[in-house]
Ligand binder design. Structure first.
Ligand SMILES: Cc1cc2nc3c(=O)[nH]c(=O)nc-3n(C[C@H](O)[C@H](O)[C@H](O)COP(=O)(O)OP(=O)(O)OC[C@H]3O[C@@H](n4cnc5c(N)ncnc54)[C@H](O)[C@@H]3O)c2cc1C
Length: 401
């Protein structure tokens, strides 16, 4: 058994927790990072992993500031140049292109394990980070002047601040007694990696079907990562199809835009829910990433919002806290900076999901008209794209490291 102390203890070394740990360590704080399992190694010759994220420009900027972007590039990233979104129930369609926006690309599709690995590699060299892995927090005792944490391994740590970055089923959130407003969307996201007969043209394709959106995201080896969000019943049918029938359903779902689907990997399914922790902070405690909020994956925003949480929390701790990172007044600034934005994004995704999932004629007509008009309205379309892709994300007044 060992006893130790630190400024900030982060439970969860996934993408968001690792980014926060690196930001704080670079800023000179002593950090303990507790993670259940080490991230898998990156094996260059292996195929793309099933779990990928569309990483937007704001997150890319954070990775650059942390010095991990080149590490990700050296492993594997897939830039995309265009995005096309259309409705199965009409002729409405909107297309964004990087060159129209004067950008080198619209973003990157990156395997989650690549993001996490690059951050962990940088943590190896960061001063002031102690990792406890494999390990977990078993006891949390939050006092007025410090928090005391006991780990499964028996280690005891005193800290000024505990951060829950332990994902959607956060134990830290539970232990702190913070309620979660949460609702199941009645949909599951089915993911797979596929090869299509026609090239993907470095374009992210998304078709809104009455049962949910189907996305084909372009990968650097010519394949696509598929995310098919479908109502539970449809998702279960799709999961049970044999490979030939599944490939046919995929090609048809995308209206044969990329021709036949000629290869497909195994599939995995994730039940979808939208959630918001009632509070992101308590004295000596903060939540970031999926521990604080989850969102429908239809616009690929979830982890991008989590990275903005990490960036904002690091900002207030490194530049707003005087001596005590657990001070509630300081933590409240983080909550005010992030909760409202995250709620707005969650509601916007719910409107999209409802609007595009509905077969009601006025809604179907409205969304098709909306897509057509938005596609033709140059400035509106540019504003929409720049916002969604994080192209104009303001640099926070604070920068990590
Ligand atoms: C199908 C699908 C597609 C998606 N696509 C996108 C996309 O394109 N773009 C995007 O931005 N987002 C996307 N998301 C959302 C994104 O995957 C999540 O927002 C992101 O993984 C959250 O990261 P996190 O680090 O907060 O949590 P997690 O990734 O859940 O990491 C939590 C970490 O905490 C560890 N942990 C858990 N419990 C404990 C404990 N008790 N003690 C210690 N450690 C613990 C876990 O091992 C894990 O490493 C998608 C989600 C789904 C389901």
């Amino acid at each position: 058994m060992s006893a130790t102390s630190c400024d900030v203890l982060i439970a969860g070394g996934g993408m968001v927790g690792a980014a926060l740990a690196l930001s704080l360590a670079r800023g000179g704080l002593a950090v303990a990072l507790v993670e259940l399992r080490p991230p898998p190694p990156f094996v260059p010759d292996s195929g793309h992993d099933l779990r990928v994220s569309a990483i937007n420009r704001a997150s890319q900027r954070l990775f650059r500031a942390l010095g991990v972007w080149e590490g990700m590039r050296a492993m594997r990233i897939s830039p995309y140049q265009a995005m096309e979104v259309w409705d199965a129930g009409g002729s409405g369609c909107i297309r964004f292109e990087a060159r129209e926006l004067g950008e080198p690309d619209l973003g990157h599709i990156i395997e989650n394990r690549v993001v996490q690995r690059a951050l962990w590699d940088a943590l190896d060299a960061a001063p002031g980070v102690t990792r406890f892995c494999p390990d977990a927090v078993t006891l949390l005792d939050i006092g007025a002047r410090e928090a005391r944490v006991t780990l499964e391994s028996g280690a005891r740590i005193t800290t000024s601040l505990v951060v829950g970055a332990d994902g959607a089923r956060s134990r830290i959130r539970e232990m702190a007694g913070i309620d979660l407003d949460s609702r199941r969307y009645g949909q599951q996201a089915l993911v797979a990696t596929v090869r299509t007969a026609l090239p993907h043209q470095e374009t992210a394709w998304q078709r809104f079907l009455p049962t949910g959106p189907l996305a084909f995201l372009p990968l650097s080896d010519g394949r696509c990562s598929v995310v098919w969000s479908a109502d539970d019943e449809r998702a279960e049918q799709l999961r049970d199809l044999d490979d030939v029938a599944f490939r046919e359903a995929l090609a048809e779902g995308l209206d044969h835009r990329l021709g036949a689907v000629v290869e497909s990997s195994q599939r995995a399914a994730f039940p979808l829910r939208g959630s918001q922790a009632r509070h992101y902070v308590r004295p000596r405690l903060a939540l970031v990433g999926d521990a604080a909020h989850t969102i429908h994956p239809l616009a690929g925003q979830g982890v991008n919002l989590g990275f903005q949480d990490a960036r904002a929390l690091a900002g207030v701790l490194l530049h707003g806290a005087v001596g005590d990172p657990g001070e509630f007044r300081v933590l409240r600034r983080y909550e005010r900076a992030r909760r409202g934005d995250n709620v707005i994004m969650m509601r916007a995704m719910e409107c999209f999901r409802y609007g595009f999932g509905s077969a009601l004629p006025p809604l179907a007509l409205g969304r098709n008209l909306g897509l057509m008009l938005a596609d033709r309205a140059g400035p509106l379309k540019r504003t929409l794209a720049r916002r969604a892709l994080g192209l104009d994300s303001p640099d926070l007044p604070y920068s990590p490291g």
